[in-house]
Write a new protein. Structure first.
Length: 510
């Protein structure tokens, strides 16, 4: 992005048209790059003077300064001085105060005294006095070796980003709408997805929807942070093969229309501007904590879009049941404007045949409105409580487990000599709870493992009191039994531990 003082736009016809650079500006871009490369080892003051000469020769000084701004972002400057400037000033000013500097000879005397104190020469002290001023800093590295065409491309992207600083609404059609929505969520922008009428479809890469990103209103008035988020969104938008962006710009109180497409802006092969990443918001915090649990649900971020009347809703998350084709969507409603919340609620009301959980910031006071739309509301303050979400999901688990159990026979007879309930449940594509209450006539329950009586009889012949635990576990493992504690208990034994060195098998009564 550029600073707003470098913005070049035309307002012809009431529009808002960035004045992009073209291929005929590449020689000028090359001259700016060469100026930096040719001034390595020289002061910023001399570099600035050389750039001023280029501005005088150019038709547009803002274009030169824009190129220079992008090159300078990756250039390196440093202070070079024989003596630390702060120490030089402190010593010189103390000496000047004592001498009372008025004439040139008195100045020389003060510098000599300061030099004696710093073990330096008077010339070194004089040279160092203001060496840390920005104009005296020395260019040590011109940074990335910009190709002129890449610099022009980056300039156009940065110019368009700057033009979006004052946007109040941005509308995007893209051949990669999911990437746009992902970036919108990562940037914490308010948005909705509108399904396009038939006569407007396939205008951009076959897109049948438009992402509408809402800008700041009374809650975010004059928020530069929000404007720069619009600008950063453009990098993702411009990465698609085909796209079109239109924006409403607040141009000092006058609304103007900005329109961009893939013919105007592209993302160059360099990456001088760091993209905003997902921060530690409520959603990221919830995802990190939920994924640390071992539940029967897989958490999916940014799932498939849902039809909601003439619009499209893309929930924040979805919970996918691991044991069947069943999905519960999850939306987190944070604190936004009343108008935006009402819009969210109307979208939820238009959803049909969808299981939806909605975490609602208590400050909104709309939990009852969510419930009225046949969705489960989970109030939260600050962070979404995992227990509340877990309890809400358990309602679905009970129903799914009951259906799965009903589809299975009352008696199960696996061929295995020993098999865990978890393995058996996975084999049938159900949860463990769905098989727990079944009958297993050919096996005995040993903890969470089903074992044939013949196997238990064989183990009774091999396991005996006084045996090392390691030896007993090896015998159990031969039959596929890894729950040694439950198996030994079923055989009438317990484990007696001898400090940290290991355990010994003992009869329970001993």
């Amino acid at each position: 992005m550029l600073t707003k003082d470098l913005l070049r736009v035309s307002r012809a016809g009431g529009g808002y048209h960035p004045q992009f650079a073209g291929s005929d500006d590449e020689p000028l871009a090359a001259r700016v790059v060469g100026c930096y490369q040719g001034h390595v080892g020289e002061s910023r003051e001399r570099l600035a003077a050389a750039l001023t000469d280029i501005e005088r020769d150019s038709d547009d000084f803002k274009l030169v300064r824009g190129f220079a701004k992008l090159v300078e972002r990756e250039a390196a400057f440093e202070t070079r001085a024989p003596v630390d400037p702060r120490q030089a000033r402190e010593a010189a000013f103390r000496a000047a105060e004592a001498v009372g500097v008025v004439t040139a000879d008195e100045r020389e005397t003060a510098l000599t005294q300061a030099a004696d104190r710093l073990d330096a020469t008077p010339d070194a002290v004089a040279e160092s006095l203001y060496a840390d001023r920005e104009t005296r800093q020395v260019l040590t590295d011109a940074g990335r070796r910009w190709d002129p065409a890449d610099l022009v491309a980056q300039y156009n992207l940065s110019l368009a980003q700057t033009a979006l600083f004052d946007a109040t609404e941005v509308r995007v059609r893209s051949s990669d709408p999911k990437a746009v929505v992902s970036a919108v969520k990562r940037l914490r922008l308010m948005y909705e997805v509108r399904r396009l009428p038939d006569d407007e479809r396939r205008t951009v890469g076959g897109a049948d929807r438009e992402v509408v990103v809402t800008g700041p209103d009374a809650l975010f008035t004059n928020s530069r942070r929000y404007g720069t988020r619009f600008a950063r969104l453009l990098r993702t938008v411009a990465s698609a093969d085909e796209w079109r962006l239109s924006a409403t710009i607040d141009d000092r109180g006058t609304e103007r229309e900005l329109v961009l497409d893939d013919g105007d802006v592209s993302v160059p092969g360099v990456e001088p501007v760091t993209e905003v990443t997902f921060d530690s918001g409520v959603e990221a915090d919830f995802a990190a904590r939920f994924e640390s649990l071992d539940l029967d649900w897989d958490l999916l971020r940014e799932p498939d879009p849902l039809a909601a009347g003439a619009h499209v809703v893309i929930p924040d998350f979805a919970f996918d049941w691991r044991h069947g084709d069943f999905r519960v969507y999850f939306e987190i409603m944070g604190f936004w404007t009343p108008a935006y919340v009402e819009k969210k609620l109307s979208r939820l009301a238009d959803l049909e045949d969808v299981e939806m959980l909605v975490a609602v910031d208590e400050s909104l006071g709309v939990a009852e409105d969510v419930e009225a739309r046949d969705h489960r509301a989970i109030p939260y303050r600050g962070t979404v409580r995992l227990k509340d979400v877990r309890d809400a999901l358990r309602r679905y688990e009970e129903r799914l487990d009951a259906a799965a159990a009903a589809a299975l026979p009352d008696e199960l007879a696996p061929d295995d000599d020993a098999v865990t309930l978890a393995a058996l449940a996975e084999r049938h594509g159900v949860s463990e709870r769905a098989v727990e209450e079944k009958s297993f006539p050919a096996h005995e329950r040993v903890g969470r493992t089903l074992v044939r009586p013949a196997v238990l009889a064989a183990l009774r012949e091999r396991v005996e009191a006084g045996m090392d635990l390691d030896e007993a576990e090896a015998a159990l493992a031969e039959y596929g039994i890894d729950d040694a504690s439950a198996a030994l208990s079923a055989l009438g034994y317990r484990v007696e531990w001898e400090g940290l060195s290991g355990g010994v098998v003992r009869e329970k009564g001993d």
